[in-house]
Ligand binder design. Structure first.
Ligand SMILES: Nc1nc2c(ncn2[C@@H]2O[C@H](COP(=O)(O)OP(=O)(O)O)[C@@H](O)[C@H]2O)c(=O)[nH]1
Ligand SMILES: [Mg+2]
Length: 383
């Protein structure tokens, strides 16, 4: 029998080796988002005369914020200064309008029109003209929609621009049919209110949403699925919910939730397999995520609202490109002590889902494991 100290040294050595290999493994496997390409920092829109604009530069609060953070860091590194800036203490650029809607769209030529129809009907009614409000204004006015085509190979971009053209030029545009309403009349919208961004290469829903959210001008930002599955009018409820929990920095997150629908037709109509996988995923989440995130009943709902001031604590630190990105957003919010509230919304399952139930469920479980490990081992950090 070797002496105890040899056993201890061997054990420590083994643990250290294991830790090292785990760190290395996670380091290799954890996704690193690809930086945006030149053309992806631009958008096209429809001009007042109905023509398609040239690509224009997207405003990017994140670039300015990152530059300021760097500056603050260098200052803090100088001898004699003890300041340390948390992301939330660095001011994000002032909003220019009230509501930004980010719509990730991957091959959505069929479904996008109906979603946009219902979105603009509500936005125009609730927040008035797209260009009302303005910087420094307390009015809850002004809106924009950013459609992020995620390397679509169909006519998603053309459909989005056609929709904008039709609804800008005509006082009585042709209504597109959405999942929620028999739309009899369509809404006339102000020019330039819909911006279309094209990712050159497919990234996944998480990549597309994060990219869009770097370029929003709104005081509140919501992302919504292109199929119109969530009842857009419930946006009002998300805003109320978010305001109710915002902290003194004006940070809050409101999460659209379908938890109240479990057992109802909308959920039951899904396949048994999908529901089984959904329950397994929830179990996994409850075990693997920190407290506040684990308490969220519906993490995957594609309708989530963020106050602008919450963005700098979340968006710069996102890594997930795929379906697990929602969980990363919530975990980042939790880590920054941002209050989250779940708000019940209406939901309709829309034909044509792009989710591949088995492959994507396994992918999500794997993604969650890697994500968690990367944060715990310090492969991902806020530095
Ligand atoms: N960016 C991106 N978005 C995707 C991809 N697949 C689906 N989406 C978007 O994610 C949203 C939800 O997709 P959907 O197919 O309806 O999934 P489900 O509602 O979970 O069944 C829609 O806005 C899709 O366009 C993808 O590969 N990349
Ligand atoms: Mg859907």
């Amino acid at each position: 029998m070797p002496p105890t100290w040899v056993l201890v040294v061997a054990a420590v050595f083994l643990l250290a080796a294991l830790g090292f290999w785990m760190y290395l493994g996670v380091h290799i496997l954890a996704p690193v988002p690809r930086p945006p390409r030149r053309s992806e920092k631009q958008y096209v829109t429809i001009l007042p005369d109905g023509k398609r604009s040239e690509p224009k530069e997207l405003p990017c609060w994140l670039d300015k914020w990152a530059a300021e953070r760097e500056l603050a860091r260098r200052k803090a590194a100088r001898p004699g200064t003890a300041e340390r800036n948390e992301p939330s203490q660095l001011k994000i650029e002032e909003p220019e309008l009230f509501m930004s809607v980010v719509v990730p769209a991957f091959n959505e030529e069929e479904r996008l029109g109906g979603m946009l129809e219902e979105a603009v009907a509500y936005l125009q009614k609730a927040y008035g003209g797209a260009h009302e409000g303005g910087q420094g204004s307390d009015q809850e006015k002004g809106w924009e929609i950013l459609v992020v085509s995620d390397g679509s190979t169909d006519a998603t971009v053309e459909r989005a621009l056609e929709f904008a053209r039709d609804h800008q030029l005509s006082q009585h545009p042709v209504p597109r049919k959405g999942p929620w309403k028999e739309v009899k009349e369509a809404t006339h919208i102000p020019h330039g209110s819909i911006r279309v961004i094209t990712l050159e290469k497919n990234r996944g829903k998480g990549g597309a949403v994060t990219h869009g959210m770097r370029h929003v001008r709104g005081k509140y930002v919501v992302f919504a699925d292109a199929d119109g599955a969530s009842r857009f009018e419930d946006l009002g409820k998300l805003v109320e919910g978010c305001k109710a929990v915002e902290d003194k920095f004006g940070r809050g997150v409101a999460i659209g939730s379908r938890a109240h629908l479990v057992g109802s037709e909308a959920v039951v109509k899904r396949s048994k397999l999908r529901n089984f996988l959904m329950h397994s995923f929830h179990l996994l989440l409850r075990i693997m995520t920190p407290r506040a995130t684990a308490a969220i009943k519906d993490t995957q709902c594609g309708f989530k609202l963020f106050s602008r001031n919450a963005l700098p604590d979340i968006i710069p630190f996102m890594h997930s490109e795929g379906w697990i990105f929602d969980v990363e957003m919530l975990m980042l919010a939790e880590a920054a002590n941002i209050a989250m509230i779940e708000v019940a919304i209406g939901w309709k399952e829309v034909m044509g889902s792009k989710l591949n139930v088995i492959r994507d469920s396994l992918g999500m479980a794997w993604g969650l494991a890697i994500l968690r490990a990367a944060w715990i081992l310090g492969v991902y950090s806020k530095e």
